[in-house]
Design a protein around this ligand. Structure first.
Ligand SMILES: O=C(O)[C@@H](O)[C@@H](O)[C@H](O)C(=O)CO
Length: 495
């Protein structure tokens, strides 16, 4: 099979590739006497090197008929990073919109890059939380390898990021930084006191009085009975408001400062630092967002983005649930706070929030960070439903049986009784019936880990191997599905 390289030499003709195999022409590169391209043979991808030179020598692989066939290993990914800077992740800072495209399978990034290419937004391709790693059985090396190889495969040279997402403890932060992640999302949910909103004023006073006198004085001197402007809106911290915010957020703010001073300030390269306070029971009042931001910046902590918990529901894989008028009112304030302090507003669980994307685009003035992950998993499931109905039926039935185990990891309000029974749906109607209905979307969304890890009595994967093989056989179908669906997200975000 030949690849027209547009180079003065003849086309690169690679022996041993059959009609089912493929060459990825955008991956083609030449350096120092080596010609390199990515191919897929028998549903396995390789880097194929020809010629000679340091790159040919540095890549690990088997030489056949003067071609070195190099597997997509971590070691070969590091070699690519050394020779081709665009295959390594980078930080982006606060001035350009960024879009998180968490890829639980390690298969979605080529489609993501095809979608985002040429748009005024940059992709954070390697974005997985520890929760996702635990549920999929992957690690950060694999996540970052897949993203780097995708950039090489697609010849995407505009830069991509790598987000250690929802990190809560220092060992995970150290591991992500050591592996070269360029963004850290610090999850402060376990430092936020959610009991405060349910307490009485007397109980809050009592709890507040037990805080160190120095801490109480710190906040009272700076905020008590003070008013602050957020655009045309003035916020004021009366005693009860201040006490509530100090009880809810002061430990989290100290945690943010410690992590910033310990890791971000001392990092050897730029790291985008995101604060996540979205996965808490307590919606983030704009006044609370302001106080957290004011405290951070007064302590010298500068961030890339902040993810508040918005009013309403940002549930996984479905549109916004709530009063859009109230959402718009509060988002305008959240966006203004982020703008005034110079960071970006971050929107978590951004998958499919189509009804609020125009509002987000408007008030962030197109400078945002939006995170998605589950929606590209669901597009993979949609593709399987279209081309391998038997596999989809088996996965769907398993998901129904194990849904409640998965519901422990994600907050959803799925009503299983509203999901049409499988035996009432034809093969041809599976994708439309289930991938366009909220309850079925959430059923398949949150059970991804159980589905991918499920094994039979002999230790053989029930679905995973067939799932990956099906997506490999229908690589272009999956890519088209992603381009359409993720493209809809970006179109509505004005990108
Ligand atoms: O599912 C997860 O654990 C993560 O992908 C998400 O929580 C992520 O932070 C996100 O908001 C993507 O929608």
């Amino acid at each position: 099979m030949d690849i027209q390289t547009g180079h003065k030499e003849s086309a690169l003709s690679i022996p041993g590739l059959g009609p089912e195999d493929r060459i990825y022409p955008r991956s083609y590169n030449e350096t120092g006497g080596t010609r390199l391209v990515m191919v897929k043979k028998d549903h396995t991808k390789y880097l194929v090197a020809a010629g000679s030179g340091p790159l040919f020598e540095d890549l690990q692989g088997n030489v056949k008929e003067e071609f070195k066939w190099c597997p997509l290993t971590h070691e070969n990914r590091l070699v690519l990073n050394r020779y081709f800077e665009y295959t390594a992740p980078q930080a982006f800072g606060t001035q350009i919109a960024t879009f998180g495209l968490g890829d639980r399978l390690g298969l979605a990034s080529p489609g993501h890059l095809e979608t985002i290419r040429g748009r005024d937004v940059r992709p954070i391709l390697a974005q997985q939380s520890i929760r996702e790693l635990n549920l999929t059985g992957r690690d950060y090396k694999e996540v970052l390898d897949a993203a780097c190889f995708a950039a090489f495969q697609e010849g995407y040279k505009d830069g991509f990021g790598a987000d250690g997402d929802h990190l809560k403890v220092e060992p995970d932060i150290e591991m992500a930084l050591r592996l070269g992640f360029t963004m850290l999302t610090l999850d402060c949910s376990e430092k936020i006191d959610n009991t405060v909103e349910k307490a009485s004023a007397e109980e809050r006073e009592e709890k507040y009085s037990q805080l160190p006198e120095e801490l109480r004085r710190h906040y009272e001197e700076r905020y008590l009975d003070q008013s602050f402007s957020i655009g045309d809106t003035s916020i004021r911290f009366d005693r009860d408001t201040l006490i509530r915010n100090v009880l809810i957020y002061s430990a989290a703010i100290d945690f943010m400062e410690t992590i910033y001073n310990t890791y971000i300030q001392k990092a050897e390269r730029p790291v985008d630092f995101e604060i996540s306070i979205d996965e808490t029971e307590t919606p983030t009042d704009p006044a609370s967002h302001y106080l957290v931001a004011k405290e951070l910046y007064s302590r010298g902590v500068e961030i890339f983005s902040m993810a508040p918990r918005f009013c309403g529901e940002f549930q996984k894989g479905i549109d916004y649930i709530g009063d859009i008028g109230q959402f718009e009112q509060e988002l305008a304030l959240h966006a203004r706070i982020a703008d005034d302090f110079g960071y970006k507003l971050s929107i978590h669980s951004g998958s499919d929030k189509f009804s609020v994307f125009p509002i987000i685009a408007k008030y962030t003035k197109g400078r945002f960070h939006v995170k998605t992950a589950g929606t590209n998993w669901l597009e993979a499931v949609r593709t399987v439903a279209q081309v391998n109905p038997s596999l989809y039926r088996r996965m769907h039935a398993f998901a129904l049986e194990h849904f409640h185990e998965a519901a422990a990891y994600y907050h959803v309000t799925t009503d299983l009784s509203k999901i049409v029974p499988l035996n009432e749906v034809s093969d041809e109607a599976l994708a439309d019936t289930y991938m366009n209905e909220d309850n079925a979307r959430q059923l398949l969304h949150i059970t991804y880990g159980l589905l991918l890890q499920a094994k039979d009595g002999e230790g053989k994967f029930l679905f995973k191997d067939e799932f990956y093989r099906t997506l490999s056989e229908h690589e272009d179908d999956y890519k088209r599905s992603l381009i359409g669906h993720i493209g809809k997200h970006l179109d509505l975000l004005g990108k």
